[in-house]
Design a protein around this ligand. Structure first.
Ligand code: 9MR
Length: 401
């Protein structure tokens, strides 16, 4: 059973003032990001768009995957984007791209680049910036009156090889590395000054037990102090942009979210420009709903920070056709979506919920969690699921419910 989508259905038209319902725009690295970039930490190239249209390029990749030509595409890749063969745009690809584009524009009032803003994508070679996809996303958002969240500046993942090489012992001095950080933040945040409302400045810096994660080259080398420096640099580059820390498994009050709470307090006390806490919200039915999420969000807003759910998806167990193993899971999933929206609306200072993908067929989940998926509002055919109707219902319901 799927929900009904009438020609006038639009989640964004149901939003209370000042509240954002976001989604991601797929792009370079999508589909291949999970299978290539992650395995070796990001040294392999990812696919560049073959046309101007960011949605067509994503649909093309999906078509290649369906046709079984993705392997050829991957083996033909080199680090030089020019060598990537252009794929023919079939009617099917065109239709899918148009539907996805239409849903993205009509249902959501905020957009996040899924991969296009990450270091590997935006600076694939030293001193070379690849802005065309981010520019395309910004143009799309402008045309459709949408806000943009930037994602992300410092992360342990999806860093270009040249940058990782610089962190090899003896390869670069501290001064040289700091100059790279200054250049990156100035170029990237500065370019979109006034057009990107929020940036995830540091992504996923703590472990589940609250200790500092090892593997983010910046933190490994300079310690957490580099986060304050990155926040200051980003603030200089765009003084009106809201600067966020962002992570997963921080929906509840736990050791990891405690670590963010303490760090946030310290940064604020030191006068560092920090404005928000991003709770990713990658949920899975088997782990139970984070019942204390409101309380957790409220302790961050009490510090004066904004809070957003930044990457929501709710995965379930699926069969080999990516369909729910237990059909009732789709109903439970819908209830959870409604709860997240109600929780976010109930806490003053929580300004938005971004869903990490429009349709199940575009989600990152099956590439990382085998046997899990179907985590989004629209199914593989881009038809609305129960979760869509539930989000719509929760937006219409009085806050606090
Ligand atoms: O959705 C993204 C996927 O396409 C990439 O392959 C993957 C690489 O790590 O990153 C995914 O997005 C992640 C986000 O940037 C940070 N939080 C976790 C998200 C899901 O893995």
């Amino acid at each position: 059973m799927t929900a009904r989508l009438t020609p006038t259905s639009s989640l964004r038209s149901e939003l209370p003032n000042g509240f954002y319902l976001g989604n991601v725009v797929p792009g370079a690295g999508h589909l291949l990001g999970g299978s290539l970039a992650d395995k070796d930490g990001g040294s392999k190239p990812t696919v560049r768009p073959t046309g101007d249209d960011i949605f067509v390029s994503a649909a093309l990749l999906r078509q290649a995957k369906k046709d079984g030509t993705l392997g050829d595409l991957i083996s033909g890749l080199t680090t030089d984007a020019k060598d990537i063969p252009a794929l023919p745009v079939t009617d099917e690809v065109r239709n899918e791209a148009e539907t996805l584009e239409h849903l993205t524009a009509k249902q959501f009032n905020s957009l996040t680049p899924e991969n296009q803003g990450k270091w590997q994508e935006i600076a694939p070679a030293r001193n070379q910036f690849h802005f065309s996809e981010m520019d395309g996303l910004l143009d799309f958002a402008k045309e459709n009156g949408q806000r943009v969240r930037g994602h992300c500046l410092l992360w342990h993942n999806q860093n270009p090889q040249w940058l990782r090489d610089m962190f090899e012992e003896g390869a670069a001095t501290d001064e040289e590395l700091r100059a790279v950080l200054v250049q990156h933040i100035n170029h990237v945040v500065g370019r979109y000054k006034g057009h990107i409302a929020q940036w995830d400045v540091a992504n996923e810096i703590f472990n589940e037990d609250g200790s500092v994660r090892v593997g983010n080259p910046w933190i490994d080398r300079f310690g957490l102090e580099i986060i304050a420096e990155a926040l200051r640099l980003a603030h200089q580059a765009d003084p009106n942009c809201q600067l966020y820390l962002n992570d997963y498994n921080v929906e509840s009050i736990n050791a990891k979210s405690d670590a963010y709470y303490e760090l946030s307090k310290e940064l604020l006390a030191a006068g560092v420009p920090l404005h928000g806490f991003g709770i990713q919200g990658h949920l899975a039915l088997q782990y139970g709903y984070p019942n204390d999420m409101r309380e957790n969000m409220a302790r961050f807003t009490a510090l004066g920070l904004g809070v957003e759910i930044t990457e929501l998806d709710i995965r379930i167990f699926v069969d080999e056709n990516d369909e729910a193993r237990i059909p009732e899971d789709l109903d439970t999933q819908a209830e959870w979506y409604a709860r997240v929206i109600s929780d976010a609306l109930a806490v003053p200072g929580v300004t938005g919920v971004t869903i990490w993908g429009v349709a199940d067929s575009y989600s990152w989940i099956p590439s990382l969690f085998k046997g899990e998926g179907a985590a989004l509002l629209f199914d593989d055919n881009l038809a609305p699921k129960q979760a869509y109707a539930a989000v719509s219902g929760a937006l219409g319901a009085p806050a606090g419910g």
